[in-house]
Every structure is written in C-alpha cells, then in structure tokens.
Design a protein around this ligand. Structure first.
Ligand SMILES: [Zn+2]
Length: 456
C-alpha cells in the first residue's frame, strides 16, 4: 500500500533526534524532511520513526537450518563440521523451496525492522550440479521472494570455483555453487538487466579459498564493464584455519592479501573480518570498505570476536548481517556486538562512537551507514533523496514504554523488548502494519510444507 506523507512526533534524522517532523514522500523517495512543524494532513506515526536497517549479509536458504546443528558430535564440533551438514541439507532444495524459504525469511526480517537485504547467493544449480534451463532460475526466485515480501534487495551472485586456496578442484558438496568465469559473467549480464529502484546487482567472489587471484581480477573487470560502483562482497578471515591456510598459500593473512591485491575501497564489504591483526585493522578502516559483522551467526559458529574497539577508534565502516539467520533481529545483533566486548574485557559500555554517549544510539547509526554503503543503495537515513525505508517503533512494548531519543534505542537493543517494531515502510509502501505482514500466513504455510519435505 503506497502512502502519502508521514508526521513523526519524534524521528531520528541525519543530525540526530528531532521533534514534530514532517516526512514528505513522492513515489519511493523521501523528498523533504521538516522538523518542528505541524502535521499538515500527513499520517501521524504511532511511535518514534527511525530509518530501517539494511541487512548486509544473507544466505536465505540457511534460515531453514536453524536449530538443526546444535547437538554435540563425537569428533568435536566446529565450523567445518557445520558446513558439511549445511551441504547435505542444501542437496535437496528446489527452486520452489528456495523461494518459499526466502519469502518467509524476508517477511521475518521486515517485521524485525530490516528494510533491505544483501543476498549472498550461491545456490545456483540443480541437485546434480547442472545449470537449470534458465541459469538464473535460483537467483530469480530470490528476486521474486523479495518482491512478494516487499523488501529492498542487493543481489550478489556468488562466484565459487575451488575447494581451497591455490585453485584446487571443488569437492562434491559444492557442486551446486560452481561456475567458470564465462558462465558466471553470463549470469551477471542477465541479472544486471533486472536492476530497479529497490534492487541493486553486485557480485560476491565467495572467499579467497574459492576464487583464484586471476579469477578475482576477471570478475571485477567484467563487473566494472557494467557499473564501476557496483558492490563487491567477499567472506574474509572468519575462521583461524582460513587465516593459517591463507598464510601457507600466500605468506599473507586474508585481509592483508585483499588490501594488497584487490583495490579495496568503499564498494567492498569484507564479510566477518573476524581475525585481524593491528595493521589489518588500521588499514581496513582506512580503506573505507565495510566490515560485515554477523554477530549471532559468528557466535553460533564459534568464529571469534571482531576487533571492534580498535576498528571503532579508527572510525572504520561496518554494518550487520543475518548470515545463517540463527537471529533475525537487528537490535539483538547490535547487542551482541557490544556484549562480545564486555565479556572479553570484563568492562561495560565499550563501543563508543563519536558524538554519542549512548552505546545503542551510536551502534544503530553506524550500522545504518555501513549497511547502506555495503548494499550500494540510497537508504539508511531519513533525508531528502533517500528511499523511504522507515520503521515506526512500538511504544506499547513494555521495554520501550516512555523512552525517547537514544534511550529508546538503548532500550530496544539492550532491554527485553519482544516486539520493538510496529510499522515498517519500504520505498514509500507499508510492508508491515501493527506488527503484521499481509502475507505472513500464506508465507508460513508454504514454508511449513517446504520444511516438512526437507526434514523427512
Ligand atoms: Zn556468509
């Protein structure tokens, strides 16, 4: 449902919290923002209005795996054992399943306050590892799910070609991901035609394990032939074994290698960047690339703790991603960013940001800016010429009642809020009203059917 203008008694603008704000919207864009004014017939929001959060890293199909990998095994569980289980699970996913899972997930994201998502999409081929009749079948299912749910999308088709460093052949569990450079570029050409105001296309070379330096160069050159500013995301330094293997291969750590060889700048998102030494931390911050933190997944997988205190001191750009979707809640992700540091240092209120003494307020603002940069979309702010992606906070949630300004964000992030979000708008249209999405029952029924088949 497309709406007209919105009036907020309190709204988080680029220069901070303001009162009595008229947000004028035309089409999918905010065209004017006026604080300290009157409603002039605009719809009056029922609570504080904040920019919707971009989710900068998603593997949608993994939503259906949450809860399936939490039993201890005989040989010691780790990321690599989890990955084997994930490979077995995805063996059976059909295009219909992929769309059903993504639609369910995107509706959950919207209800939680995410208004856009970067889908790091690597499930390309059929169960035998052959291309579908339409090579973009799976990618187009992701697009269809985003359109039906009404969430902004940055689609990042993943290039995956090798099992590990040095260009080794892929293993059988990876057969649904694999492309050569020409095949991948043909897929990208096709997807590039589907860009729109709520959709951006970039690329995701999976990791330095899965892509050789020559392939990386060829992929970026081809992307540049379409769009020299299109986003590029890559997994980097998530696991210590990956760092060790990269050192053996190149005598450099993954992030150091990328900084030395790949012209890393603001169009890049280094997903995780968990294991950084001091030099990498400083230079990544200086590069203007986004560190793509995925706090609940990194905790779930036992990845390690990002060097946030030093990175924040250098004013590095970062945002949050749902990754495997063991959590679908931007406020909870931000709490984990700070809590990891508190647990590590046995102190409180660690991650200060310039111009804010509120930890939650600072984290929310920084994740908005980094998320918008990573998605390559004009979102993440209530300002003229930004897409109208807005969240109305739920002042009837007991944890938020009577809170305002940054304290409201601190309460949403660090308090026991169950439903901090009431209404959600994407591109000038309401996707969630009064905590509900119009298609949530349809999506859930379809998801249930899919899960029943996949689990049996
Ligand atoms: Zn990932």
């Amino acid at each position: 449902m497309t709406v007209g203008n919105i009036f907020a008694t309190e709204a988080l603008l680029a220069d901070g919290w303001q009162r009595d704000v008229l947000i004028e919207i035309e089409g999918d864009l905010i065209v004017r923002v006026t604080p300290n004014t009157v409603s002039s017939g605009a719809e009056i929001a029922s609570g504080a209005v904040i920019p919707g959060m971009p989710n900068l890293h998603s593997h949608a199909f993994q939503r259906a795996m949450a809860g399936l990998t939490e039993r201890s095994g005989p040989s010691g569980d780790n990321f690599w054992a989890w990955r084997e289980l994930m490979y077995r699970f995805l063996e059976r996913i059909t295009p219909e399943d992929n769309e059903a899972i993504a639609m369910q997930l995107y509706i959950e994201m919207l209800k939680a306050g995410y208004t856009s998502v970067a889908e790091f999409h690597y499930l390309h081929h059929d169960e035998r590892g052959d291309a579908y009749a339409n090579p973009a079948e799976m990618a187009e299912r992701v697009i269809a799910a985003s359109v039906t749910a009404g969430i902004g999308l940055t689609l990042l088709p993943v290039f995956y070609a090798h099992a590990t460093f040095g260009g080794t052949p892929p293993n059988p569990g990876q057969k649904r991901f694999i492309h050569d450079v020409d095949g991948f570029n043909a897929l990208l050409d096709r997807l590039m035609k589907q860009q729109g105001s709520a959709r951006r296309i970039g690329i995701a070379p999976h990791s330095l394990r899965a892509v050789t330096p020559q392939e990386l160069k060829a992929l970026v050159a081809h992307l540049d032939s379409h769009d020299r500013r299109a986003p590029i995301h890559i997994h980097a330094a998530e696991q210590l074994k990956e760092v060790d293997d990269c050192l053996t291969w190149s005598h450099q750590r993954p992030v150091a290698w990328l900084l030395a060889h790949a012209s890393i700048d603001a169009r890049w998102c280094l997903v995780h960047a968990t294991h950084l030494n001091d030099d990498e931390t400083f230079r990544l911050a200086e590069s203007d690339a986004v560190a793509g933190l995925c706090p609940s997944t990194e905790a779930n997988l036992g990845d390690g703790i990002f060097n946030a205190p030093d990175y924040f001191l250098q004013e590095g750009s970062w945002g949050i991603g749902g990754d495997s979707h063991v959590g679908v809640d931007p406020f909870r992700e931000l709490a984990i960013v700070e809590y990891a540091q508190r647990l590590k240092s046995a102190r409180r209120n660690i991650l200060h940001t310039p111009g804010s003494d509120s930890i939650g307020g600072g984290l929310y603002r920084q994740a908005l800016a980094g998320g918008a940069r990573a998605l390559g979309q004009n979102v993440g702010a209530i300002a003229a010429n930004c897409r109208a992606d807005l969240v109305v906070m739920n002042s009837d949630d007991v944890a938020l009642a009577e809170h305002a300004g940054d304290t409201l964000l601190d309460a949403a992030i660090f308090g026991p809020a169950r439903q901090p979000v009431r209404d959600v708008m994407v591109g000038g249209a309401w996707a969630v009203r009064d905590g509900r999405h119009a298609l949530e029952q349809v999506a859930f029924t379809r998801y249930r059917t899919t899960l029943k088949r996949l689990l049996n």
